[in-house]
Design a protein around this ligand. Structure first.
Ligand code: PHE
Length: 465
């Protein structure tokens, strides 16, 4: 069996693939508007703190479990002789299915925007509502996106996942830098930078802390075994702590640069930086239009290409979690596992696809089941699945992974695994911090997020805004 499993060819390959998983719609689509809602720089500061203090140790634990066992998210727990704990992996696979099902829809919009813009439909942002409710058109874009994801995953770890990451991640960074430099030359850019970077700590409220935490956790792809799976393709010579630091830095760095590019664009046209998810799909294309037909098309399509690339390396990792499980545990050949899973996830995503105007029941789903919160405008089925998978399952999974690593697998075994590739690990201050974080900090904080989510999303006790 083991011989059939893939392996990353190099440290760089692993880091780019894992950073590719982390860098996604979360960084470029969600992060900036969370910053807009959360008081600019104050949100950024909190996000950074959470990524390094809380998420970093959880990521280390995930990767270590994967590398130790060389198994998928479910098989890893069995391989450590704790089959009862494999429910964590099963929940992770379910989360992966659910997240991919709607994530692919939004990725399809981004990809659709590239095609629409270059084919002359430049004012697409003004027709966002119409665009997303046209289920045939966005369904086709979604299908192409899922097909591309499946194509990459079907070529395996080195020939597919790693190769794609090595191509897409550098391209993404180049596009980002080009757009950033251009954005900074626009009039009014400085106002955007100020809004983005000068923290207004009075804006830090409970709900803002909650969303910064959730954002950090989602953005780093934690809590569903994506990094257990990627870690399982890593060899013993690699230094996990260093790699994790690089992955976290890339994720945070790219989210940060995304904001640094976006707010100058937004402020250069004097539009409001809040505006929810529409910031990227409505406000920003409006800004691009103001740049004139030539520059606008170039900048606009580059931006949505960037968003598509970021999303693609994430959908690849989301698909790889169930695929690795089916390949390892049920001996299904990779290609067949990939295409079947992708098809199934696409089908599960159809209600999400229809929940942005095409079907009124699905569009108003949250209201219909009586869970709408005051002031909320988005009641789609897709949003609901996000509450279940991103906001509930991921923190729960992350909490369980931490508890598992600290108390069931045990800290000594984790330390043993981490000292492969890092002979100074044992006894270091990093070891002490990681042990503290996984045995105490992460379980406490993540269970708090979990409880807050359940109470406010599903029981109407509104604690998190
Ligand atoms: N981290 C990705 C993003 O920010 C999303 C993701 C979550 C990917 C969980 C894989 C697993 O867009």
């Amino acid at each position: 069996m083991a011989a059939q499993r893939g392996e990353f060819s190099s440290r760089l390959g692993f880091i780019l693939a894992a950073a590719g998983s982390a860098v996604g719609l979360g960084n470029i689509w969600k992060f900036p508007f969370e910053v807009g809602n959360g008081g600019g720089g104050a949100f950024v500061v909190m996000y950074l703190i959470f990524c390094f203090l809380l998420c970093f140790p959880v990521m280390v634990a995930e990767i270590a479990i994967g590398r130790k066992t060389q198994k998928n998210a479910v098989g890893a727990f069995v391989a450590l002789n704790k089959p009862r704990w494999s429910f964590i992996g099963k929940l992770g696979i379910l989360s992966g299915f659910l997240i991919l099902s709607f994530y692919n829809v939004v990725a399809g919009w981004a990809f659709g925007y590239v095609i629409e813009m270059v084919s002359g439909n430049f004012d697409i942002g003004q027709h966002f509502g119409e665009f997303v409710s046209n289920w045939m058109r966005v369904g086709l874009y979604g299908l192409v996106f899922m097909g591309t994801t499946a194509y990459i995953v079907s070529h395996g770890v080195q020939g597919g996942i790693e190769k794609a990451a090595k191509l897409l991640m550098p391209s993404l960074i180049i596009i980002m830098v080009v757009l950033l430099v251009y954005a900074l030359t626009l009039p009014g850019a400085m106002d955007g930078i100020k809004f983005y970077l000068i923290p207004d700590f009075s804006k830090i409220t409970g709900p803002v802390v909650y969303s910064a935490l959730g954002q950090a956790f989602f953005s780093l792809s934690l809590g569903m075994g994506a990094l257990i799976t990627y870690g399982s393709y890593l060899n013993k010579d690699q230094n996990i702590i260093q790699s994790t630091a690089m992955i976290t830095l890339m994720d945070v760095g790219i989210a940060f640069l995304a904001g640094l590019m976006l707010f100058p664009f937004v402020f250069s046209q004097g539009v409001e930086p809040t505006g929810g998810a529409g910031l990227i799909f409505i406000t920003l294309p409006g800004v691009f239009e103001e740049l004139g037909p030539n520059m606008g098309v170039i900048v606009g399509s580059l931006f949505f290409l960037l968003l598509s690339f970021a999303a693609l390396t994430s959908t690849v990792s989301l698909l790889e979690v169930p695929v690795a499980y089916v390949v390892d545990e049920h001996n299904v050949p990779r290609k067949r596992a990939v295409w079947l899973t992708a098809f199934l996830v696409f089908l599960i995503g159809v209600p999400s696809l229809l929940s942005n105007g095409a079907s009124s029941i699905l569009t108003n789903f949250v209201q219909i089941i009586g869970m709408a919160r005051e002031g909320a405008t988005d009641h789609s089925f897709m949003t609901f699945i996000g509450w279940v998978a991103n906001d509930t399952f991921l923190p729960f999974g992350g909490m369980m992974i931490s508890i598992f690593a600290a108390y069931i697998w045990k800290k000594e075994n984790l330390a043993e695994e981490l000292s492969h590739g890092d002979e100074n690990y044992k006894g270091s201050i990093i070891e002490k911090y990681i042990n503290f974080a996984i045995s105490f900090l992460a379980p406490v904080v993540l269970s708090a997020i979990f409880v807050l989510t359940v109470l406010s999303r599903f029981f109407g006790i509104d604690l998190v805004g």
